[in-house]
Write a protein that binds this ligand. Structure first.
Ligand SMILES: Nc1ncnc2c1ncn2[C@@H]1O[C@H](COP(=O)(O)OP(=O)(O)OP(=O)(O)O)[C@@H](O)[C@H]1O
Ligand SMILES: [Mg+2]
Length: 502
C-alpha cells in the first residue's frame, strides 16, 4: 500500500443556511485503499465528497492531497488533477453521445475540429475492454441511470484518475451491473487507484472496503479496519444505538383472501411486457422481484396510468376500471411511490410541506392562509413518522440529503387515503435506521387494511417482507411463490432463467 496520509481531511466544516452539514471533520485516506464513508441519511457523506471535488467550498478547514493543500474550482478541475467521481446526479449531457460525453474535456482535435470517428473508436475500445455493453453512438438521454453510472466509471478510467469516489453507486444498478462494478473496482485496486466508497448496503462494505470511516450528524466518529469488524459494531457506530438490521415481519400476516382489491389480466405494452396477470388481496404485501430489464417498474407505471397499455384489463375491487392518468389512479385509490425520486418523486422548487401535501391538496383547500398552516402541521406530523431530518417543514426538498428526499416521497403517500400502494424500491438509498422504520410502517399500513405491492431488487427485503411474491423475467411473470416457498435459490433461478416450460 502507498502513502499513509494520501488524502487528509483536516478540520473540515461546512455550514449551509440553517444547517451545519460537517463539523470539524479530520481523518485520512491511504493511497491505494478502498475507504468506505458511512453514516445515516444526512450525516454529511455527500457533502464531504463534494468538497473534495470542488463542488462546494468548505466553510472552514482544508483538504491536503499528498501533503499539498488543494481546493478545486469545480469537478472538472478535480478530474484533470486525477480525482474523479461516480455520483448519482447525472453529470453527463443528455443530448450528446456516449463517446462525446466520455471525451468531454479530453477531446482529441484534428485541425481544430472534434474528430468524431477517432472518439468513437477510442470509446468503443474502452467500453469493450471494460465489458460495458453500450454503443459509443447512443445518446445519453436514452440510457438508464445505471448505464450512465457505468459510463462515469469508464470516463474515470479513461482519464487515468488516481482517486475515484463512488456515492451510492449500486443504488441504480442491476445485479449484473453491480457484479461488473465490483470487478472493475477490483481492477482499479490492482492498479493502485485510491477509492472512496459511500453505500447504505452493508454487504458491499464488507466486500470491497479495507477501512471504513463513520460520520454522524456531521461529526467524525471513528475509522475501522474492516477485516476485524462486525456488522453490529458498524451499525451501532453509525446510528449510536442498536437497531434491527434485517427486513422481518414483526406482526402476523393480514391477508384476507376473500377480498381481491386489485386484479390485472393480460396486461401488455409492446416491446416491454406481455400477459401480466395477478391478484392483490386486501391486507397483503405482495413482492415483485426481478433483475433489471425484468420490467417491473414499467408494469407498475402502466397500472398507475402513467404509461398507456396496449392491451389488458384492470379490476379495482372487482370492477373493471379504466385508468388513463395518475390522477385517475389516485381517485380510484391507487398510489405509486416511484423509484426515481430525483426526477419523479418531488418538485424541486417546493419545500417539504408543499411536496408532502401534493397528492392530497384537496384536503387542505380552505382559504389560502389556513391551508398553508395546515400543510405545515401535516408535514410536522408525518415528518415525525418517517424521521425526516431536518424536521423544518419549510426546508427545500431539493437541499435534503438523498435518503431524506426518499422519506419526503414516502411521506407524501402516507397522508393520502389510497388503499393500494405500490412501492417501487422503497428503501433505496435509505439508511439502516430508516429502513427498519419503513418496514414497520408497511406493517402498520396492512394492519389498517391497506394493500401493498413492493417492487424491490434486494432479495433479503422481498423475502423478509412479502406475504407472496412474483418473480419477473424479461417482461414476463416467471413464477409465483407463497411465503412458505421462498428461498434464495428458487427466486434467483426464476429471475435468471424465466418460466420453465419443459
Ligand atoms: N444545498 C444545501 N442547502 C442546505 N442544506 C444542505 C444542502 N446540501 C446538503 N444540505 C444538508 O446537509 C446535511 C448533510 O447532507 P448530505 O447530503 O451530505 O448527507 P449524506 O450523508 O450524503 O446523506 P444520504 O445518505 O441521505 O445521502 C443534510 O442535513 C442536508 O439537508
Ligand atoms: Mg448522500
Amino acid at each position: 500500500m502507498g502513502k499513509e496520509n494520501y488524502i487528509e481531511f483536516s478540520h473540515v466544516t461546512k455550514v449551509f443556511p440553517g444547517c451545519k452539514a460537517l463539523n470539524d471533520v479530520s481523518f485520512s485516506i491511504k493511497e491505494g485503499e478502498v475507504h468506505a464513508l458511512l453514516g445515516e441519511n444526512g450525516a454529511g457523506k455527500s457533502t464531504l465528497l463534494n468538497i473534495l471535488h470542488g463542488v462546494f467550498l468548505p466553510t472552514d478547514g482544508e483538504i491536503r492531497i499528498d501533503g499539498e493543500p488543494k481546493r478545486f474550482a469545480n469537478a472538472n478541475e478535480a478530474l484533470r488533477f486525477g480525482i474523479a467521481k461516480v455520483h448519482q446526479e447525472i453529470n453527463m449531457v443528455p443530448e450528446l453521445t456516449v463517446a462525446q460525453n466520455i471525451m468531454l474535456g479530453m477531446e482529441k482535435t484534428k485541425g481544430g475540429l472534434l474528430n468524431g470517428s477517432y472518439m468513437e473508436k477510442e470509446t468503443e475500445k474502452l467500453l469493450k475492454r471494460l465489458r460495458i455493453n453500450i454503443s459509443p453512438s447512443d445518446k445519453i438521454r436514452n440510457l438508464s441511470v445505471g448505464q450512465i453510472q457505468l459510463l462515469q466509471i469508464a470516463k474515470a478510467i479513461y482519464s487515468n484518475a488516481r482517486v475515484i469516489s463512488f456515492d451510492e453507486p449500486t443504488a441504480s444498478l442491476s445485479s449484473e451491473e453491480t457484479e461488473l462494478l465490483f470487478s472493475l473496482i477490483e481492477e482499479l485496486k490492482q492498479d493502485g487507484v485510491t477509492i472512496i466508497y459511500v453505500s447504505h448496503r452493508m454487504d458491499e462494505i464488507f466486500k470491497v472496503a479495507n477501512r471504513a470511516t463513520v460520520l454522524r450528524d456531521g461529526a467524525y466518529i471513528q475509522t475501522f479496519d474492516v477485516a476485524n469488524l462486525t456488522k453490529e459494531e458498524l451499525v451501532k457506530s453509525m446510528v449510536g444505538r442498536d437497531v434491527a438490521m434485517f427486513a422481518k415481519r414483526l406482526k402476523p400476516s393480514r391477508v384476507d383472501k376473500s377480498k381481491v382489491v386489485l386484479e390485472v389480466k393480460n396486461l401488455s405494452i409492446n416491446n416491454q411486457f406481455h400477459d401480466i396477470s395477478f391478484k392483490l388481496y386486501k391486507g397483503e404485501i405482495l413482492g415483485f422481484f426481478g433483475l433489471v430489464g425484468a420490467k417491473r417498474t414499467e408494469v407498475m407505471k402502466a397500472i398507475f396510468g402513467a404509461d398507456k397499455l396496449d392491451s389488458g384489463e384492470i379490476y379495482v375491487n372487482g370492477v373493471l376500471t379504466k385508468i388513463a392518468s395518475p390522477n385517475e389512479a389516485i381517485s380510484k385509490g391507487i398510489g405509486l411511490i416511484p423509484e426515481n425520486r430525483k426526477t419523479e418523486g418531488f418538485i424541486k422548487v417546493m419545500n417539504n410541506s408543499d411536496n408532502i401535501a401534493l397528492p392530497t391538496l384537496k384536503k387542505f383547500e380552505t382559504n389560502h392562509f389556513t391551508s398553508y398552516k395546515k400543510r405545515l402541521k401535516n408535514c410536522e406530523e408525518i415528518g415525525k413518522i418517517v424521521d425526516l431530518k431536518p424536521k423544518d417543514p419549510e426546508f427545500m426538498t431539493d437541499n435534503l440529503s438523498g435518503g431524506n428526499q426518499q422519506k419526503v416521497v414516502l411521506a407524501k403517500w402516507l397522508s393520502t387515503n389510497v388503499d393500494i400502494m405500490i412501492f417501487d424500491e422503497p428503501t433505496k438509498g435509505v439508511d439502516v435506521g430508516a429502513k427498519s422504520e419503513i418496514y414497520n410502517l408497511m406493517e402498520e399500513l396492512v394492519e389498517q387494511g391497506k394493500s401493498i405491492i413492493m417492487v424491490s431488487s434486494e432479495m433479503t427485503e422481498v423475502i423478509g417482507m412479502s406475504d407472496r411474491m412474483f418473480v419477473m423475467h424479461l417482461g414476463e411473470i416467471a413464477g409465483e411463490l407463497q411465503r412458505e416457498e421462498f428461498s434464495e435459490e428458487t427466486i434467483a433461478m426464476a429471475a435468471l432463467e424465466g418460466k420453465r416450460n419443459g
